[in-house]
Design a protein around this ligand. Sequence first.
Ligand code: NAD
Length: 451
Amino acid sequence: MLENKKEDQTKLIYPDVPITSNQISISKRVEKETAIENKPFEVAKKQIDIVAEEMGLNHNIKKFLKRIERALIVSIPIKMDNGDLEIFEGYRVHHSTIRGPGKGGIRFAPNVNLDEVKALAMWMTWKCSLLDLPLGGAKGGICVDPRYLSRTELEKLTRRYTSEIINIIGPDIDIPAPDVNTNAQIMAWIMDTYSMNKGRAVPGVVTGKPIEIGGSVGRETATGMGLYFVLEAFCEKLNLDLKSQKIVIQGFGNVGGTVANLLFKEGCKIVAVSDISGGIFSSEGLEIDKLLKWTREGKYLKDYKDERYRLITNEDLLTLECDVLIPAALENQITETNANEIKCKIVLEGANGPTTPNADKILFNKGVHVVPDILANAGGVCVSYFEYVQDIHAYFWDLERINKELKMIILKAFEQVYTLSKDKKTTLRTAAYIIAVSRIVKAIELRGIFP
Ligand code: NAD
C-alpha cells in the first residue's frame, strides 16, 4: 500500500517522463534517508554512532548501547461508556538499568509506537547518566488520543495499563512519571493500582504524583525551571542579556507553558507560542499570563481572540526570527527539511529529540547553538529523583531546597558539558553524550556482561 503511494509520488514529479532505474534508485535512497531521519530510534542510534566515533568506543560496547534491555507490548481492552469494547496498545521499555532502576515518563498520544518509546527510553539513560543520578533509562506510552476519552475511560485505561506492566515497574525496578498528555491525576491512579495489587501503599512506584499522596513540591514546574537555569547560564557564557532575548516556544503544556511563564516574568519578549491547534505570534510580545489562564481552562491557542495577535502554523513558528527557539512539544521538529530556515542564535531543547542528526549538522554550520534535550530538559527527571528519594525516606523537602538542589545539579552538568565542548571543539550535544555514555560504559566494564 505504502510502496504504491511512494511510486505515485515519484511519478507526479515528472508526470510525462518515463522513470529510469537510476532515478528509481536515487528516489529510493532519498526516501530511505528521510525515513531513517524521521524514525526516533534510528535517530537515537545515529547519535550513538557519532559519539562512539568521537570517543573511539569499542564496537562491542557500541553494539551493547544500541540495544534495549526489554520491551513489553500490552493490549488494553476497555469497555467504553457507550458499551463498545475498544482495545488500545501500550508499551513499557527499559533501555538500560545498569546504573539503577529505570526512569522515564508515560505518554498518551495517537502516534505512540514501539520505535518512539525505545528512542525515548534510550534518551532517558543518557539524561540520568549526564546528571549522575543513580537511575537508568525507561519510557512508556499508550497509542490513544485522550481528548476523545471520558474521565472514566481514561481512568480505566490507566489502571488496566498499570496492571499489564505491573511486573516490570516498581520502586526498585522502574519508576514511571508524567509525559505528553499525562499528569498528576494519572500518576495517582497508577500509584493506587500498583498499591492495591501489592496490598500496601507504594508511593515510590511513580513520580509526578499529587503532593497529598507523596508527590514533591516543585515537580510540576521542574522541567521548565531546569530549562530556565540552563538558558540563564548559557546566556552568561555567550555574554547575552537574558532579559532582552526574543523567544519562540513550540508546545504550551507542562514544559513549554512553564518555561514561557518563567521567561515572561523575567522580562523576556515571547513573540510566539503554539499548541497542537497551531500558534500565535506578535512582534510586540505575547501576554503569557493570560494565554496560560486560557489554555489551563482546556482551550486551544487558535481560539484565543486578540486583534494584536496573528495565527501561524507550527511549521512557520519554527522558522520565525528570534534569539532563542524552544521546541517543547514532540520529537523530529527540526529536520534537514527546515534546519536551513531556522533563524535563532540558540535552540533550547525542551522536548525530547526535537532535532535530528542531519539538522544538527546544518545548525552547527550556521553557527546556531543547540542545547541538547538530555541537558536542557533534565530538570524534570532531577526533581523526580528528589521525589523518589523523599518517598523512600518518608521525609519531605520544601520548595527552596528542591529548587536549590535542582539548580546545583543541572548547572554542574551544564558546566561539565560546556567545558568539554570547548576543550574538544565540539557541539554541546556531542559533549553531553560523551559524558553520559562514558559513565554507562564505566558501569558496564565494572559490572561485566552476565554470565
Ligand atoms: P504536555 O502534554 O503537557 O504538552 C505538550 C504540548 O505540545 C501541548 O501544548 C500540546 O498541545 C503540544 N503539542 C502536541 N502535539 C503537537 C504537535 N503535533 N505540534 C505542536 N504542538 C503539539 O507535554 P509536556 O510534558 O510539556 O512534554 C512536552 C515535551 O517535553 C515532550 O517531548 C516530553 O517528552 C518532553 N519532556 C517532558 C518532561 C516533563 O517533565 N513533563 C520532562 C522532560 C521532557
